[in-house]
Structures are given as C-alpha cells and as structure tokens.
Design a protein around this ligand. Structure first.
Ligand code: NAI
Length: 298
C-alpha cells in the first residue's frame, strides 16, 4: 500500500471517535465518506466537526479557508456501500461489539476493491480474531486512535497475525501524512500498548487507595505534580535510563513482591460500579462531580 495513491477514506461509525477521525483526514485534504447506521449521528456530523474546527481556529491550528475546505471534503453517505465502495482506506469506528464488527467486515467483503485496506479502531478486540475468516485479512490492521482523535497524536498501529508487512508499514506512513504519531504494535496482544500501561497503573492506584495507604486525591497528585508532568516529555524507558538501570533494577527487586498483581479488577472498583457510581456521567465515582468541577477537568 502506497500512501501516495490514497485519495479516498471511508469512515464507518460517526460517533465520538469516528467524527474526529473523519476530521483528521478531511483537514489534510483527503476526500472522506462517512456512514453511520444512526441518522442523528450523520445529521450532527458536520456541526460537531465545525465546532472542533472553531476551537482549532481560536488556537491558531487552522484558518478559515482550511476549515471550510475540511468541511467540503466530507461526504455524508446513506449506505455502507456508498461510503466504502470507492475508498482506498476504510476506518471502522462502530461500537465495541465483536459480533457487530464481524458482521460489518463480512459485509465489506462484497463492497470493497481488491486493494482497499480496512482498519479497525477497536480498543481491545483481537485484530487476528476479527480478520481470520475474511478474504482480505492481509489488508486488515488495527488503528487505535486515542480520544479525542483529532487532538491526541498517538495512534497504535496493530499488526494482526495475517496483516501484511506492506499494509502495516503503509498505514504507519499514512498516519504520518496526517500528522499523527504512529506507534508500531508488532504483536496483537490484549490492550495493545497504551491500555496495558494505563490499566497497570490504575490497578496499583486503586489498590493503594483500597489498602488505605493514601486518598484518591493524593494518588492523583503524585501523577499530576510528580512523574505525570515529566511523562509529557520523557517516556518510561528514557526515564529509566536517566535514573540509571542499576537503580531501576535494585528498586524492582525490592518492590515487585509488594505490587498488586491481582488477575481480576479490585473489589473497590466492583462495588463502585455495582452501586451505580460510574464516574462523571453518574455524578459520582472516586470523586463527587458537579458540572463546574467537570468543566475544570476538561
Ligand atoms: P460511539 O458509540 O460514540 O459511536 C459508535 C457509532 O457507530 C454510533 O454512532 C453508532 O450509531 C454507529 N454504528 C453502530 N453499528 C454500526 C454499523 N453496523 N454501521 C454503521 N454505524 C454503526 O462509540 P465510540 O466511542 O466512537 O467508539 C467507537 C470505537 O472506537 C469502539 O470500537 C471503541 O472501543 C473505540 N475507541 C473508543 C475510544 C473512546 O474513548 N470512546 C478510544 C479509542 C477507541
């Protein structure tokens, strides 16, 4: 797959992720065709992207003419075949439901061209499993954008067992073209890279609060005012090299037996979820949330 030959992008699913992904490509000059099974998602698509672009204009990331061109590059489609039929690359961003996704990928077998590359934005489902029975499985790859996709640079490019090297590298180059930072995930492991790191930290963070070592607020403070700021610029391996690997090794020898290694989520998290305390959307999670407090956060 040669990124130079890519002109048309098909997006299936125009929700939280799909609309932002459509914006990324349209803003960089690609023709983007979008389909969603829900009419409302399609009706509000342009408005949602327009709002994002207005913020980009205020921040100087784009100007009026590029913003207008971006909106012009987007075509709202009334069927999957309209969005996918002439696409060089398709990005699926429908709900995280294995059955639904598999059904869609089977349908695409009858629609897409012989060179079309199909990407899935799944957060966690195995790329190999999603593609194993497809006729185009060597042209199938994971592209895990981070939310919000039009803002965060990271995209994990995940190689399934059947993904060809050419497609894998071609998609990495395409992401660079649209100013993203592709990260190569060479083996299809659950959680890819980012979610494994994130949930490993959450397991320890929740465990510390559960054991009464510190409050949720103080654990958050260690990240916000300690290593979190550093992590904006320096990754964990660079930090380890900076600290000294001899020190890192000694600390790990001493510390690892004390870290939480539970194979199941903590009872505290389970209790919160079962009590309906699901976080910001419920007004209560580890913290109590008011509208004002949420606005301060995002
Ligand atoms: P969403 O619920 O906001 O949007 C999904 C959209 O897909 C809906 O508008 C729905 O109508 C549409 N849809 C469902 N079945 C369809 C079908 N067969 N054909 C066409 N459209 C269909 O979901 P969201 O959050 O955008 O997630 C999409 C994917 O991105 C999921 O796989 C999710 O795991 C992944 N993801 C989500 C992130 C997040 O923070 N929300 C971050 C990274 C990945």
């Amino acid at each position: 797959m040669q990124p130079d030959s890519v002109k048309n992008i098909g997006i299936i699913g125009a929700g939280l992720m799909g609309h932002g992904i459509a914006q990324i490509f349209a803003h960089e000059g690609y023709r983007v065709s979008v389909y969603d099974a829900n009419d409302d998602a399609l009706k509000t698509l342009r408005q949602r992207i327009k709002k994002n672009l207005e913020i980009f204009m205020l921040l100087g990331i784009t100007d009026n003419s590029r913003a207008n061109q971006c909106l012009e590059n987007i075509r709202v489609c009334s069927s999957i075949s309209e969005a996918a039929g002439s696409a060089d690359v398709i990005i699926e961003a429908i709900n995280e439901n294995k059955g639904l996704k598999k059904e869609l990928f089977r349908e695409l077998e009858h629609i897409i061209g012989s060179e079309t590359v199909v990407c899935t934005n799944t957060s966690a489902i195995s790329i190999t499993e999603l593609s194993e029975s497809l006729s185009y499985r060597e042209r199938f790859v994971g592209t895990h954008f981070w939310n919000p996709p039009h803002i965060l640079p990271c995209v994990e490019i995940v190689k399934g067992l059947y993904t060809s090297e050419e497609v894998f590298e071609g998609v990495c180059r395409l992401m660079k073209r649209v100013k993203k930072e592709p990260v190569r995930v060479l083996r299809d492991v659950p959680g890819f890279l980012g979610n494994r790191l994130q949930h490993a930290m959450w397991r320890e963070a929740i465990s510390l609060v559960e054991k009464g070592v510190a409050s949720a607020e103080d654990v958050d403070k260690v990240v916000k005012f300690g290593f979190g700021l550093r992590l904006c610029f320096i990754g964990p391996f660079e930090t380890a090299d900076l600290a000294g690997l001899d020190l890192t090794y000694e600390v790990q020898k001493y510390l690892f037996p004390y870290l939480d290694n539970s194979p199941v989520p903590s009872p505290k998290l389970e209790n919160l979820v079962e009590s309906g305390f699901t976080g910001v959307k419920a007004g209560r999670g580890f913290y109590s949330w008011t509208k004002d407090k949420v606005q301060q956060l995002i």
